[in-house]
Design a protein around this ligand. Structure first.
Ligand SMILES: [Zn+2]
Length: 203
């Protein structure tokens, strides 16, 4: 697949696209077949998520410059699950890191909550985002298994953030106007840096 030729096959880590790079604003395309290339991409994304300077809990393919509907996620922790853990947390977190192929959100709770989000593609910035507390996730896993399950907690939050990336949406788009105004200048700086890098042909 031509898209993947830009990955640099020998490097273990992938470069993370930062705010201002057009790939982060594209609508990613569905994966039609889980090929060896897709598995390799997922593996490198997982390594990149773990070994980034700030360890990530999720990474979407557009964040490594590949406009495909693929997400890696690890919201598991050493703590036992809380008594109110959702079915998705109970089922999926023991199996993490998990690779989600063509994931979709098929339903959301009416209840919302605020959480302070950050993103590997927007270094050093963070902000409060209001989102539904739980979502219904439908996704294919790498082995072809399809799961559809209610996800809450950090998993529900992370899924919404990562799936947004597949539609070119970033968490700063969902911040309230006042909060976003406060980081607007920092975003402009990131954007300028990205443009500069791209014009030098280094993506
Ligand atoms: Zn992100």
């Amino acid at each position: 697949m031509g898209l993947l030729s830009r990955l640099g096959r020998d490097s273990r880590l992938l470069r993370i696209a930062t705010y201002g790079e057009p790939v982060l604003r594209e609508k990613a395309i569905p994966i039609t077949e889980v090929t060896e290339e897709i598995r390799e991409l997922a593996e490198k994304m997982t390594t990149t998520m773990y070994e980034n300077e700030t360890r990530g809990i999720g990474l979407a393919a557009p964040q490594v410059g590949v406009s495909l509907r693929l997400v890696v996620i690890d919201t598991s922790s050493d703590e036992p699950p809380p008594p109110n853990a959702s079915p998705g947390e109970l089922l999926l977190e023991p199996r993490m890191p998990l690779v989600l192929v063509n994931p979709e959100i098929t339903g959301v709770s009416a209840a919302t909550s605020v959480y302070h989000e950050a993103c590997l593609s927007i270094p050093e910035l963070s902000g409060d985002v209001v989102r539904p507390v739980t979502v219904r996730l439908k996704t294919q896993l790498l082995d072809g298994e399809v799961v559809e399950i209610e996800c809450g907690g950090l998993l529900g939050r992370c899924l919404q953030h990562e799936l947004d990336h597949l539609d070119g949406i970033m968490f700063v788009d969902r911040m309230d106007e006042e909060d976003r105004a406060e980081i607007a200048e920092d975003l402009r700086i990131l954007e300028r840096q990205a443009k500069k890098r791209l014009s030098k042909g280094r993506r």
